[in-house]
Design a protein around this ligand. Structure first.
Ligand SMILES: [Zn+2]
Length: 257
């Protein structure tokens, strides 16, 4: 057996797992102390494996990991919270899966983000206990954007920097926030946003969660907030995914030149 190079005791939320070989699983974990970690759980696909139930997606788990060469192995796993209500209700399963996917796609490997970890655990608890889904999920989204460095600017126009007035505005993903009516036509990707929807986005950024869950948005505001966040996230993820490709091009050109 190869010598262990390192070991790590941490807790984590299981984001997903993939089958590996006959009996093993490769887990993608978001850990409290090291961000995203990929780790192998040996034998967890065998029927009698004790560890298996503790390593299903959505589970918050206390872990011992050991590193051999470039691979983490799970040596111990004890569930802290299984978040069972998230497995019993299809809507909640879908919403929780969306939250986990955002964490997965917006996080760097093995970089601690304690704020994001705590927010993730709180969000799974909120969804489990039946809090309003719209508020729990989008509160998560706005604060996650903060913690990964993409907080949208919603109080001043991102183009002319003037304070946003209480009227319908625009939103630009490329510029990263609200655009005033005067600048709306000057910013290529700006799309309209009503003042009501913008107000909700702003509240998600600055109002305490306990106060937010008392507000009930209209169906139209819900749809608008969702559409804007989807547009913004898709833009950010695409740009990020493009970065390595861009670097490859630069390296290839340099090698060729
Ligand atoms: Zn402006």
């Amino acid at each position: 057996m190869a010598a262990l190079e390192r070991s790590l005791k941490t807790e984590a939320v299981v984001l997903r797992h993939n089958d590996m070989g006959e009996a093993d699983r490769l887990l993608t974990l978001f850990s409290r102390d090291a961000g995203i970690i990929r780790a192998v759980a040996k034998g967890t696909r065998r029927i009698h494996s004790k560890k298996a139930g503790h390593l299903e997606p959505f589970t918050r788990v206390s872990l011992m990991l050991a590193r051999t060469h470039d691979l983490w192995l799970v040596t111990q796993a004890v569930a802290i919270d299984l978040f069972l209500p998230l497995r019993d209700d299809l809507v909640l399963t879908g919403e929780a899966a969306y939250v986990l996917e955002l964490v997965d796609r917006f996080s760097y490997e093995e970089g601690e983000n304690r704020n994001l970890y705590n927010l993730l655990v709180e969000t799974l608890e909120r969804l489990s206990r039946g809090d309003p889904v719209f508020t729990a999920v989008h509160y998560f989204e706005l604060h996650m954007l903060d913690y990964v460095g993409f907080r949208p600017q919603l109080f001043n126009c991102v183009h002319c920097h003037e304070e946003i007035k209480p009227q319908d505005q625009y939103f630009s993903a490329a510029q990263g926030g609200a655009v005033c009516p005067k600048c709306g036509e000057l910013v290529a990707d700006a799309r309209p946003i009503t003042m009501d929807a913008l107000k909700y986005l702003r509240n998600f950024q600055r109002t305490a969660y306990t106060r937010l869950i008392q507000a009930v948005p209209s169906a139209q505001v819900e749809r608008e907030v969702e559409a804007i966040l989807q547009y913004y996230n898709a833009f950010l993820l695409e740009r990020r995914l493009n970065t390595p490709r861009f670097l490859d091009e630069v390296r290839k050109n340099r090698a060729a030149g």
